[in-house]
Design a protein around this ligand. Sequence first.
Ligand code: NDP
Length: 330
Amino acid sequence: TKKILLNSRPKGKPQTSDFKFETEKVAEPKDGEVLLETKYVSVDPYLRGRMSDAPSYIPPFEIGKPIASAIIAEVVESKTDKFQKGDHVNGLLSWKEFQVASADNLMKVDKDKAPLSAYLGILGMTGLTAYLGLTEIGKPKKGETLLVSGAAGAVGSTVGQIGKILGLRVVGIAGTDEKVKMIQDEFGFDEGINYNTTENMKEAIKKACPDGVDVYFDNVGGDISDAVLFNINKFSRTVVCGAISVYNETSLPQSASVQPFLIKKSSLMQGFVISDFSDKHPEGIKQLTQWLKEDKLTYTETVREGFENIPQAFLDLFDGKNKGKMVVKI
Ligand code: NDP
């Protein structure tokens, strides 16, 4: 079976040469284990952090060892009562076509309730990040203005829709005109800003958010988020979810000094990782499932095909080549 290993720690932007393809013999499952065939692989910006060895909330990948991410797989052989042949499971698994895994860390998913890939996005980490980040930290109130960066991506497009469900005015920032149109036409954002064609982001945000920004859901950090600071309202909340614009920087960029802005506006800025809210995950999935069923929530995906295309799909996240959740179908 084929597998993908970390070949070298990227310097700056990751390259295809940072990954290495190898083959191995498929092992036999022992008691309590299953043999799995990979069906859908999630590629996520946070994997960039695990490719470097800087201390973080999650240990780094090891050179010469397989990369791992959220994967939907089919059970091919089972040595546990928990799963049967033909079941589909979701787990943090290695980038391998086939692998043996312990049943303990796998969750069964039902392909009759939602398409399999949805469990990597809207009904997985992405959906939970959007919902719990926005509600637990953003504490949105009806009538407020919500600004979302990375708005056409997996998390951002969900955050914006939840903002609309909760009765906020929602403005999104994304990298192309096509994405700006998509967030308005397909996801109901009230307005959008293309940061690549806008010269003065500070002014553009002011214009798109005439009443100021009450909740800023930040997926990108960097210059975009600096420009937002000039537009935050008294008692505003910034949900620091991601900082993709700086993940590939070799030294941390000079950013605006946030303290004067936060003091002047009695404003809160809080980072999080989705595991902080693990006790609320079941409730989150329930709510997201219900909104999907009621057609209040929708999602889009960029689906790449083929095991050999996993690294490129990951690299393309940093060039904004995805709309919604990026997944690879095997
Ligand atoms: P996305 O689907 O949003 O994909 C990444 C997008 O980021 C691209 O499509 C691109 O869109 C945008 N982007 C890339 N480079 C830049 C740049 N230099 N400046 C501005 N935008 C850029 O990914 P996810 O929805 O999976 O993740 C979004 C963010 O949330 C990430 O930062 C991720 O790390 C974070 N995250 C955090 C979690 C947590 O627990 N805190 C959990 C999950 C995700 P465009 O064309 O608009 O530039």
